[in-house]
Design a binder for this molecule. Structure first.
Ligand SMILES: [Mn+2]
Length: 244
């Protein structure tokens, strides 16, 4: 039996190739010995609300439904692109929404799971924006906007992310996790294992905590040029990729 972790798929109507690979991946999971699947945020490039009637949104929810109906538990932690995924989505798909961060038990190891943007604390202006946009009253306000307006906002966001210029070394640094914040998270939640996405830098890192003990942080990769997944079973921890 294996646990699977994925993040940063950024599924969108503009990338049918990624959606096809994701659909195939879900079908594979239904056929294998899958203990559970954890989606650690940014499943989609933009989510405007569970009332989105688009073919893209409906198809995605159907595909997830098929997997949960096959008996595989699927859990979701929101990222910075899809925090408007809500209760209706959960009911339609059978996917269980988890609070961020959550602690899960993987073969006796208490493991902190989160999207990861909260770890990038050097970027102060982003963290201010995050606190604002993720506050419950802003979420309510966003969802109260007419669907047509939310669609236009999502289109703008998608267009903006497509025209990203090359980033400077300093900007890239800001977009990675802040080591002191990582250490603080390990110690606050009293765990030695952490799994997250967001930075699009798949790797297994070791961190020394202030008491000298070691902790492990696994970063799950994105799905821009390939499928990326983390597979954990009783014997191995593997970061895998699948070609588009
Ligand atoms: Mn993200």
């Amino acid at each position: 039996m294996s646990y699977w972790f994925i993040a940063d798929l950024h599924l969108s109507p503009a990338r049918a190739d990624i959606s096809a690979l994701f659909a195939e991946f879900l079908q594979q999971l239904a056929k294998q010995q899958t203990e559970a699947v954890y989606i650690l945020g940014d499943l989609v490039d933009a989510w405007i609300g569970d009332d989105d009637p688009s073919e893209f949104a409906l198809q995605l929810q159907q595909q997830l439904r098929q997997l949960t109906e096959s008996g595989v538990p699927v859990y979701f932690i929101a990222g910075n692109r899809d925090f408007l995924i809500g209760q209706q989505f959960a009911e339609r798909t059978g996917v269980q929404l988890l609070a961020e961060p959550s602690v899960i038990n993987l073969y006796g190891n208490a493991t902190l799971i989160l999207h990861g943007d909260s770890l990038c604390s050097a970027d102060k202006s982003y963290q201010r924006f995050r606190r604002l946009i993720r506050s419950p009253w802003v979420t309510r306000l966003l969802l109260a906007l007419p669907l047509s307006l939310r669609l236009r906002i999502a289109q703008r966001l998608r267009a903006a992310s497509k025209t990203q210029r090359a980033l400077s070394a300093a900007e890239l640094e800001l977009m990675d996790v802040t080591p002191t914040t990582v250490t603080a998270m390990f110690e606050h939640y009293q765990v030695k294992h952490m799994i997250h996405g967001h930075t699009h830098r798949p790797a297994i890192h070791q961190h020394q905590l202030t008491d000298g003990s070691m902790a492990q942080r696994i970063v799950v990769g994105d799905w821009y040029q390939q499928g990326s997944m983390l597979k954990i079973d009783a014997h191995a921890v593997e970061l895998l990729t699948q070609p588009l």
